[in-house]
Ligand binder design. Structure first.
Ligand SMILES: NCc1[nH]cc(CCC(=O)O)c1CC(=O)O
Length: 328
């Protein structure tokens, strides 16, 4: 029997803030004490372009190991950073309600995407974002950036909340815009930097973007235990359906987290819709598909994802993009 529930998370400001919120909910529902335990992950330690670090799940592996080792009882992940392959001994016990899944443009001088000057510099480390930006605006100069959300925002001069800094190439104030997930900006209280929320016609988010994943040891997921019950209470069925479809598509494409693949699913009435895009890295060629199912179950959602992936593969998505997402 667990007395104090240990909740593992990455140590970034974003991770700590989202973990604090969900921990408050969990302990309120379960009536137990909870302690947040920051775990250092490879993704925090390694430097270099994220898209070249190879492999999937740099952020997730250490957290998962900590749960398996019983250093913590629950891991809180950003769902989009969680590899699709199941890990024996771990259960995805809760997927809380998703927040805004969109990507957001944070540009200087209040500019929107269409208003950026010809050849403007836009920072992102994500091939998915780069490809879709270039599909909309082939003239843009995409700059590979990484670091935490505040570090990325600091690259754009004059954004609300940025520290007052000079232009330092490669560091501060040197880009016209950056693109980040609206969810992350909300969670650290910096949504006021957004100059445009990118619509799904322009940019489909990463599978799972805006959602969290709570993993625990399979033995503790049982609904007879207080932890399993509390996790079940924060699970959100529509979000789980959506992310199940998105992740099934990603898995069937055998695409890594840095592949130029976007996907977004949502329930409307009695139907579950799934939209997806696969793009060449230069944005010159994109394939977009959409499909719906009335099978509102995890099996129905999984089949939807698989079927849409197979449509993309039959249309040649594998030739369009390096889906394994290794070298750029
Ligand atoms: N890969 C980094 C990452 N992982 C989760 C988020 C925040 C958004 C979310 O929870 O989906 C971010 C930052 C970003 O993409 O801007």
């Amino acid at each position: 029997m667990i007395n104090t529930v240990k909740i593992g998370t990455r140590g970034s400001k974003l991770a700590l803030s989202q973990t604090q919120q969900i921990t408050d909910q969990l302990s309120a529902v379960g009536g137990f004490e909870a302690e947040i335990v920051p775990i250092k992950t490879d993704g925090d330690v390694l430097t270099g372009p994220l898209s070249q670090m190879g492999g999937t799940g740099v952020f997730a592996v250490e957290l998962r190991t900590a749960v398996l080792d019983s250093r913590v009882d629950v891991a809180v992940h950003s769902l989009k950073d969680l590899p699709t392959a199941a890990v024996p001994g771990l259960t995805l016990a809760a997927v809380p309600q998703r927040v805004d899944a969109r990507d957001a443009l944070c540009a200087r001088d209040g500019l929107k995407l269409a208003e950026l000057p010809h050849g403007a510099t836009v920072g992102t480390g994500s091939p998915r974002r780069a490809a879709q930006l270039l599909a909309a605006r082939p003239d843009l100069a995409i700059v590979d950036i990484r670091g935490n959300v505040d570090t990325r925002l600091a690259r754009v001069p004059g954004l609300p909340g940025n520290p007052v800094t000079d232009l330092v190439p490669g560091k501060t104030g040197d880009l016209d815009a950056v693109v980040l997930a609206a969810a992350g900006l909300t969670r650290i209280g910096r949504l006021d930097t957004v100059t445009e929320f990118l619509s799904s016609e322009v940019m489909l988010p990463a599978p799972g973007q805006g959602a969290l994943a709570l993993e625990c040891r399979t033995a503790d997921a049982s609904l007879t235990g207080i932890l399993g019950q509390s996790l079940a209470a924060v699970d959100h069925q529509d979000t789980r359906l959506a992310i199940t479809a998105e992740r099934a598509l990603l898995a069937r494409l055998e695409a890594g987290c840095s592949a130029p693949v976007g996907a977004f699913a949502y329930r409307k009435g009695s139907m579950l819709y799934l939209e997806a895009v696969v793009a060449s890295l230069d944005g010159a060629r994109t394939m977009r598909v959409k499909k719906a199912t009335d099978g509102l179950s995890n099996v129905g959602a999984t089949l939807l994802g698989i079927e849409l992936a197979e449509e993309l593969l039959a249309d040649g998505a594998g030739d369009l993009a390096d889906l394994a997402g290794s070298a750029q």
